[in-house]
Design a protein around this ligand. Structure first.
Ligand code: ADP
Length: 638
């Protein structure tokens, strides 16, 4: 039984631990257990519509919102102390607030600025006994603990009148007068008394122009006619000399606009209302600190036990627009100064984007320039290369004609001899009685045909020898093959070789330069004839064949039964100047390949299965496959 009880206790403990851990890591669930608290913030003389109370209220609230354990409602009251300076009136407000919050459990009072603390203490006495007080923006004395109270805590600021005057002296060399502006409200008077105290230290150094307690119109008139060597210190003005109630921040703005001297102030929250700068009390920071301390007190810590926080330091803060207005250079500001509302120029704001974009554009321009330069250079090089190649092809053709000298002479001599025989026969026939005119006509016909043949051979030689740019036309590959074979017949016969021609029927036309393709065919044929002469035993055979390929292209192949191609030299065959012949140039095949490739085709070399080698060129069929007109070459190895 006892062990069962222990087990149940243990289980409960574990479950509760898991739940606690779960709540800790899941704020949504933690929120469900947040405790509700009410805090009352008391502003001395301005409502939440004014910039300072608004900034303070939201800074405290933002600290409260951070609490994972407490949900604090922040009530705000404006005590209007300047309106009711009479003790009886204050008592009436006290009673009013007591009634107003009679049914609301107030857990904490936050009086803002010195005049509110006394009121908060009397309110506590009358209506909220034992309720802790955490003050905000109290003015620190000594170590920050209020001299007259030890049972309250809060966050205090220091007011740096002397520092602000010193700042004005630094930025306005030759400063002789300080015009002090304050109204007749409670805060106005409090700050004025502190200022006067601080200004005693400047007796004999600076003159005081007293612009306190004046009607606004008069004040604006006065500030517009200040001596050149002066500045304004604006304290606070909730009520002017004529008893008019005014928003202090708006008065400060009007004074600044009307003034002919720069306006200095003491609170960072006033910086944006025409103030050039000052040694600023940081009200938002003190409010955040107040919120922090208030949370500790609301969580159960004793206010009396918490050391008050004092926000010291009063940094030199400036409004950039006012610095510009008064011609104060940023370089003259003390080190560590905070400059707000700085209008950054497009250059200032987007400097790195602009620099980046410019760098990118420059880089891009440079790249484009280099690219264009390289393209021009390449184009020139290509043009020049195309001219080293055209020239080479020409030399190679001339060399081929030289090689074929014997054959070509035979090709011309043969029709010339036939012409002579036919002419003599015609003469004899004409001398007969009667002359056999029919035979004479036939002999003359033969003479015409032979002269045409001789002309063709001469034209062919002339074309081969001429160095003219390629001319692309539709042409018959069969014609190229048969012309070439005819031209080497005598050469072949002299070598004891036979050349067979196998022409495919209905071969489609190719688009190309007749002379160049002729050159290729002749080159392959002469190489084949040279290789078959190495064959010790007949038959020495060379076969020229045209064909139509499965892929639609047309081909021309030259096969021989010579020694074939050594495997080690296959990949060098088409390299310029590669030769295995003692008197070879090594240019023929490389020129042939470049010609064929310029025609959009390809040239390959293979060893035959049995004996010899086959060189085969492929060309696209039909005029549609218009190649680039060039005798360009390739340095690729075969
Ligand atoms: P060249 O004829 O001046 O040597 P080519 O470029 O025409 O220059 O030929 C290069 C080389 O290719 C030749 O030296 C030879 O070794 C090889 N070759 C060309 N045709 C044949 C062929 N039909 N059989 C074997 N080898 C060949």
């Amino acid at each position: 039984m006892r062990s069962l009880f222990m087990l149940s206790m243990l289980t409960r403990a574990v479950v509760s631990c898991i739940l606690s851990a779960y709540i800790c890591v899941h704020p949504a669930h933690a929120g469900q257990t947040r405790e509700y608290k009410n805090a009352l913030v008391l502003f001395p003389q301005e409502s939440l519509s004014a910039p300072i109370p608004r900034a303070i209220y939201f800074a405290i609230q933002s600290e409260f919102d951070k609490s994972p354990a407490l949900n604090v409602s922040l009530f705000a009251e404006n005590l209007d102390l300047y309106l009711f300076p009479d003790p009886g009136d204050k008592q009436a407000i006290n009673e009013f607030l007591g009634k107003k919050y009679a049914n609301t459990k107030i857990d904490l009072i936050i009086p803002v600025a010195p005049p509110s603390l006394d009121f908060a203490l009397s309110l506590r006495n009358s209506h909220f006994p034992e309720i802790p007080i955490v003050y905000c923006a109290e003015v620190a004395h000594g170590n920050g603990r209020l001299e007259h109270r030890s049972d309250v805590t809060g966050a205090a600021v220091t007011l740096d009148f002397a520092g602000t005057i010193e700042l004005a002296r630094t930025l306005r060399p030759g400063l002789k007068q300080v015009a002090v502006v304050a109204g007749t409200g409670a805060t106005d008077q409090y700050l004025l008394s502190r200022f006067r105290e601080a200004f005693k230290g400047y007796a004999g150094k600076l003159d005081l122009i007293d612009l306190t307690g004046r009607p606004l119109d008069d004040l604006l008139e006065q500030v517009s006619r200040l001596p050149e060597s002066s500045c304004i210190v604006f304290l606070f003005m909730r009520r002017d000399g004529s008893g008019r109630l005014l928003p202090s921040w708006d008065v400060q703005k009007q004074v600044s606009q009307a003034a002919n001297a720069p306006l200095f102030s003491l609170f960072d929250t006033a910086l944006s209302y025409g103030c050039v700068g000052g040694r600023m009390s940081q009200l938002e920071e003190v409010a955040r600190k107040t919120g922090e301390i208030a949370l500790r007190v609301l969580s159960g810590e004793s206010a009396a036990a918490i050391e008050p926080a004092v926000i010291r330091g009063n940094p030199a803060m400036f409004n950039w627009r006012e610095l510009k207005r008064w011609g104060i250079a940023e370089s003259t500001l003390p080190p560590g100064s905070i400059v707000r509302y700085k209008e950054t120029s497009h250059w200032g704001e987007y400097r790195w984007v602009i620099i980046g974009a410019l760098a990118f554009i420059c880089l891009q321009t440079l790249l484009i320039f280099l690219l264009v330069k390289s393209l021009i250079r390449r184009k020139r090089a290509e043009e020049q290369t195309s001219m080293i190649r055209q020239e080479l092809a020409h030399i190679s053709r001339v060399s081929t004609v030289g090689q074929l000298g014997h054959s070509l002479a035979h090709e011309i001599n043969q029709p010339l001899a036939a012409m002579r025989v036919n002419a003599e026969a015609a003469q004899t026939l004409l001398g007969g009685e009667p002359p056999d005119l029919e035979e004479v006509r036939a002999a003359l016909g033969d003479i015409v045909a032979d002269s045409k043949r001789a002309q063709e051979v001469v034209a062919c030689i002339r074309d081969l020898v001429k160095n003219k740019p390629p001319e692309l036309n539709p042409l018959e590959l069969n014609r190229v093959a048969s012309d070439a074979v005819q031209m080497v017949q005598v050469e072949a016969a002299s070598k004891g070789a036979a050349v067979h021609l196998e022409l495919a029927e209905d071969l489609p036309a190719v688009y190309g330069d007749h002379v160049q393709l002729q050159q290729v065919a002749l080159n392959l044929l002469l190489n084949a004839l040279e290789s078959v002469t190495e064959n010790p035993y007949p038959p020495k055979l060379v076969t020229v064949k045209t064909d139509r390929e499965a892929d639609g292209r047309v081909s021309l192949s030259v096969s021989d039964n010579g020694p074939g191609i050594e495997p080690v030299i296959v990949k060098h065959l088409f390299e310029p100047f590669f030769t295995t012949k003692p008197e070879g140039l090594g240019l023929g095949l490389s020129i042939c390949r470049s010609i064929i490739e310029a025609h959009g085709g390809s040239l390959s070399a293979d060893s035959n299965l049995e004996k010899g080698a086959t060189f085969r060129l492929h060309l696209p069929a039909g005029p549609a496959a218009k190649p680039k007109a060039s005798s360009g070459g390739s340095k690729d190895a075969g």
